[in-house]
Design a protein around this ligand. Structure first.
Ligand SMILES: C[S@@+](CC[C@H](N)C(=O)[O-])C[C@H]1O[C@@H](n2cnc3c(N)ncnc32)[C@H](O)[C@@H]1O
Length: 391
């Protein structure tokens, strides 16, 4: 069955009629980011929202400000390590509603904020409007906040400071592959008799074949998974724009060893609608979110040739602990809604463990950042060369 935003369904169907079956990644790109009708690109209907308690899913900044507060602490330490440059640039990519930026800016020391240039990059005009509304209290501070639609609008080597994202990379369209008759084939989307259907075809891109070789996979018959090629390109673009500083990527995901292991034989692709998950991308097209877990090993490897080196890898609980979350939580009234919300972000079997934090650096020495004080991963877990131990 096919349901969804009628104009979007028609636009995808007409592309398939013209070109034949399209790779799943192209279908996902159109469903989420079609310039007029895509899920993220349209303003939500009525008084609804995409992200939040009234939306399809929530993120850490909907729960409690501690992540934004901890990021501000981490940025202030990085600022000291870089010798307090003027300006210190923070680039936040995929800021969604802009709540993390709001919490970050509210937590910064005024003397740091005076040198701060906070750039928000989001490809969605609807999200950029929402960010402007949520950041209205800061808009009168000259030079503090700027917006760009795309990363490539920043000049090469223009960032001295910190680039961070929360749940950006899991929102990139993914290629989906499946092992069939001993070969790895790619899921494509066809349109027949008024319905979208899946079909398997040979790999659509050389880059996909190359990435599959890098993964050294030995998957059994029927194994299905995702490859996020856009994440690799994004890492390269980020590296090229960094001059001196750190890149901090927060998302749900795993090392390649864990993500592509035998226990995830159906992959991690999911759709979210009104806080419930399903595996049906052809339902509610353009009305529900689509996402897949992030392969942090490949992000780490993609940065290396461009001078972006791994500083460390941890999970959200350990990251927040390293930045003093215990003191922050101790200041909250025990058992108050705020206290329970903050704890929600720390749960080892919930957001605290599922969300990982990858830190990379360029143009500076590898530094002992506070957010990396506690590490649930050992040795070269990210490269999959040694077994890793999770908290
Ligand atoms: C899952 S939301 C995350 C929102 C926010 N970071 C949070 O924590 O609530 C993903 C956001 O990334 C944006 N996005 C997706 N691809 C992007 C890209 N290539 N460049 C900039 N923004 C992008 C989407 O428009 C959306 O606002």
């Amino acid at each position: 069955m096919t349901t969804g935003h009628p104009e979007l369904v028609a636009a995808i169907a007409s592309e398939i009629k013209a070109l034949g079956p399209i790779p799943f990644a192209r279908f996902m790109e159109l469903a989420l980011y079609h310039p007029q009708f895509g899920y993220y690109m349209r303003a939500p209907e009525g008084t609804g929202e995409r992200i939040g308690w009234q939306g399809d899913y929530y993120t850490s900044s909907d729960v409690h400000p501690i992540l934004g507060q901890a990021l501000a602490r981490q940025a202030e330490q990085i600022d000291r390590l870089l010798g307090q440059p003027d300006p210190f640039t923070v680039v936040e990519m995929g800021p969604g509603k802009g709540l993390l930026a709001k919490h970050f800016l509210s937590a910064c020391a005024p003397s740091f904020r005076q040198r701060l240039r906070y750039v928000l990059i989001d490809r969605s005009p609807a999200m950029r409007d929402m960010q402007r509304r949520n950041l209205s209290e800061w808009l009168n501070e000259p030079g503090l906040i700027a917006w760009e639609d795309h990363l490539n609008e920043l000049a090469p080597s223009s960032i001295t400071g910190l680039l961070f994202s929360n749940e950006l990379v899991d929102a990139f369209p993914v290629h989906r592959v499946q092992v069939t008759d001993g070969r790895t084939e790619e899921l494509h989307v066809d349109y027949r008799d008024g319905r979208f259907i899946e079909c398997l075809k040979p790999l659509s891109a050389v880059a996909l074949a190359t990435q599959l070789q890098h993964l050294h996979h030995d998957w059994p018959e029927g194994y299905r998974t995702e490859v996020n090629l856009q994440a690799l390109d994004w890492t390269k673009q980020v590296a090229q724009r960094m001059k001196r500083g750190f890149v901090l990527t927060i998302d749900y995901g795993h090392t390649a060893h864990d993500l592509y292991g035998p226990e995830r034989k159906n992959g991690t692709f999911l759709c979210y609608s009104r806080h419930s998950a399903n595996e049906s991308p052809f339902l509610e097209i353009g009305v529900q979110d689509m996402t897949a877990h992030v392969d942090f090993s490949s992000l780490a490897a993609a940065g290396e040739p461009h001078g972006l080196h791994v500083t460390g890898f941890t999970n959200q609980l350990s990251f927040l602990m390293g930045l003093g979350v215990e003191t922050m939580v101790a200041e909250l009234e025990p058992e108050s809604p705020e206290f329970r919300a903050a704890i929600h972000l720390l749960k080892p079997n919930g957001m605290g463990g599922t969300f990982k934090v990858l830190v990379q650096h360029k143009g500076v020495e590898c530094a002992a950042l506070d957010g990396l004080k506690y590490k649930p991963f050992w040795g070269s877990a990210l490269t999959g060369l040694e077994s890793n131990v999770t908290a």
